[in-house]
Design a protein around this ligand. Structure first.
Ligand code: C5P
Length: 205
């Protein structure tokens, strides 16, 4: 079984995908961490975020990049990830890794922006998880505050909206709901309610 989960930043995809992977005993890949890993490599090399040649090289040697490095979660890394992710050659370099992961015999959950549309168009279940920009910004702000990171709600909202616009507006694999994806709006749902709603969809598929 392959479950594809897409949606904008801070919609709760990651938490939901992890829980679904546990419940259905599937492997889990957070594909955003691949783009973040490429971004982090550029940052650490002091490179310009638009040095796509170097970004493609980094994408081709993913084994060197720690996918559990805490710096992957920084807002600066996310911002550069969205820049490298708009480049077609970078996306092409990361595609096979994701498809191979999805083909693991025990089945997989992948979350990202283009899983249902490009990476796994034949996934057994597709979810498009979203929430209003205000709700997503509030969740991200609370998360950052809990980590002791100083910022304001308005700054977080502005960053999220800019990243969404970049992800939705790019020419290659833009963020969009696949025609056959189930829409799950988590604006009014806590994580337990979102998991219950997702399981209902999966069990009915
Ligand atoms: O999901 P996350 O916020 O970690 O993703 C970081 C960035 O990586 C996104 O804003 C997006 O630009 C890019 N991304 C992508 N396609 C994916 C996953 C992430 O373009 N499948």
């Amino acid at each position: 079984m392959i479950i594809a989960i897409d949606g904008p930043a801070a919609a709760g995809k990651g938490t939901l995908a992890r829980r679904i992977a546990q419940i259905y005993n599937l492997n889990y890949l957070d594909t955003g961490s691949l783009y973040r890993a490429v971004a982090l490599k550029l940052l650490r090399l002091g490179s310009d975020p638009t040095n796509f040649e170097l970004a493609v090289k980094a994408a081709g040697s993913l084994d060197d990049i720690a996918l559990d490095d805490p710096a992957l979660r920084n807002e600066e890394t996310a911002e550069i990830a969205a820049i490298v992710a708009a480049n077609q050659a970078v996306r092409a370099a990361l595609l096979q890794y994701q498809r191979d992961f999805a083909q693991t015999p025990t089945g997989a959950v992948l979350d990202g922006r283009d899983i249902g549309t490009v990476v796994c168009p034949d996934a057994d279940v597709k979810l498009f998880v979203t929430a209003s920009a205000e709700v997503r910004a509030r969740r991200r702000f609370d998360e950052l505050a809990a980590k002791g990171i100083q910022t304001t709600y308005d700054a977080v909202l502005k960053d999220l909206e800019a990243r969404d616009a970049r992800d939705q507006g790019r020419g290659t694999a833009p963020l969009k709901k696949a025609d056959d994806a189930h829409l799950l709006d988590t604006s009014k749902l806590d994580i337990e309610a979102a998991v219950t709603a997702a399981c209902k969809i999966i069990d009915a598929a």
